[in-house]
Design a protein around this ligand. Structure first.
Ligand code: SF4
Ligand code: SF4
Ligand code: SF4
Length: 422
């Protein structure tokens, strides 16, 4: 085992290989508050990459209703239980949120899937703690969709209590998921064939189909269960981050890097994907005007999914505002309270950056804000708010302007000739 630095955990951890970092890393932010479970992302991926024979149960992109839903079923509860079993009572965080990008969420003192291996594993799977889901668990990717926690309602009546922020008594939320193209992938660590690799140019994690022999060690090891076995070819497959689009090979993009299919299709405008600059120590290099750097390290509203697993996932989530905090802290770590507080009371820059989501399918490398006039003054949850109609400009890889948008949505008046048409 080597020692690598995991900035999500604020400490070094064990990993089977030495650390190697790409120049830029594929990363994304999903704003859970906006997801409507329309499943457009799910179908965009399915219809592009997994529509063939043998891939019927394979959903690289999925949206599950938490807390009961899961694909495969109960994937997160099962891995949390295995970790608890390996380290009873020890899966906790010390220290608190800090401004230090090397340990923004404090320090995790428990064991990761790499460190908890051993006590509960068989010898031939000793690199990573994990489990192999049954065929039944891969059924029904949207099982329990829209099932809330809370008491039963009365037929024909609205709830009269319990729907006030900060926490609703009756709640659920949609968790959209793809492979996190982790910095320390558990799938890669577990593969005895070394068939899984991380691309140096963008950190995308791929399975070499000619090397894979279908041992399913990756399926067992990935704590997010994002590698999947295909029965008719007897090899494993996973999300490829739509790499031809990132490389600018989609005919529509004219050579410019383009966001993935699941991002571009998002109706709720919850998704932003990018390529962040990496430092040689494994943390993100400072890039103040990059929208993902801003959301994760400056505004600190977007948090990693289950950072305690230890793979350093590159998917970040703006947590849902109405959900009990204890549940969210388990899922996103100790940064939850601060993230929700800042999202609830956004400053001028955060409001502007949130307008960048899904205005284009080109990858944004930098943004600028041009200040605009004051358009509103009032009170929100007991605090004074002032809104300005700022213009936010997005730039691409070569510094070219991709688009500009304003805080206030423009109103388009249809000419009278169309008044009665749809
Ligand atoms: S999410 Fe799973 S499949 Fe994807 S890189 Fe991480 S460990 Fe591998
Ligand atoms: S990035 Fe591409 S391959 Fe991966 S889940 Fe999204 S659409 Fe599917
Ligand atoms: S397309 Fe967007 S809004 Fe619809 S389910 Fe997927 S992530 Fe949610």
């Amino acid at each position: 085992m080597s020692k690598v630095y995991n900035w999500h955990l604020g400490r070094e951890m064990d990993y089977p290989y030495d650390a190697v970092y790409p120049e830029r890393q594929f990363a994304f932010v999903f704003n859970i508050n906006r997801c409507i479970a329309c499943q457009s992302c799910t179908m965009a991926c399915k219809s592009t990459w997994t529509f063939s024979k043998g891939q019927e149960q394979m959903w690289w992109a999925n949206v599950e209703t938490k807390p009961y839903g899961g694909y495969p079923q109960h994937w997160d509860v099962k891995i949390l239980e295995l970790l608890e079993q390996a380290n009873p009572g020890g899966q906790s965080w010390s220290e608190t949120e800090s401004g230090d990008p090397k340990k923004p969420y404090g320090q995790f003192d428990g064991k990761t899937v790499f460190e908890a291996r051993g006590p509960v594993l068989t010898p031939d799977s000793s690199r990573v703690l994990g489990y192999l889901p049954t065929d039944e668990e891969w059924n029904s990717p949207n099982i329990y969709e829209d099932n809330p926690v809370g008491g039963r309602g009365v037929k024909g009546q609205f709830h009269k209590t319990g729907e006030q922020l900060p926490v609703h008594k009756t709640w659920f939320f949609y968790l959209a998921r793809i492979c996190n193209h982790c910095s320390y992938p558990a799938c890669l660590a577990a593969c005895p064939r070394k068939a899984i690799y991380k691309r140096p140019e963008d950190g995308i994690v791929l399975i070499d189909q000619s090397e894979c022999r279908g041992y399913r060690k990756c399926v067992e090891a990935c704590p997010y269960k994002k590698t999947m076995y295909r029965g008719n070819t007897r090899i494993s497959e996973k999300c490829i981050a739509c790499y031809p689009r990132l490389e600018g090979k989609d005919p529509e993009s004219e050579g410019a890097p383009m966001e993935t299919r699941c991002m571009a299709a998002c109706i709720g405008q919850i998704r932003m994907q990018g390529l962040v600059k990496m430092g040689q120590d494994g943390t993100w290099a400072e890039d103040r005007q990059h929208p993902l750097y801003y959301l994760v390290h400056v505004a600190k509203v977007a948090l990693p999914l289950y950072p305690q697993f230890g793979t350093e996932p590159n998917g970040f989530y703006i947590p849902p505002r109405w959900v009990p905090r204890e549940y969210l802290r388990q899922m996103f770590g100790p940064g939850v309270d601060g993230a929700i507080e800042r999202y609830n009371n956004p400053d001028r820059e955060l409001l502007a950056v949130l307008q960048l989501f899904r205005k284009s399918n080109r990858i944004i490398y930098r943004y600028e804000i041009q200040e605009g006039p004051r358009i509103y003054e009032g009170e929100l949850r007991g605090k004074k708010v002032t809104l300005y109609n700022d213009t936010i400009i997005a730039f691409g890889r070569k510094g070219e302007e991709l688009f500009r948008t304003t805080l206030e949505e423009p109103i388009h008046k249809r000419p009278a000739i169309y008044a009665n048409s749809i």
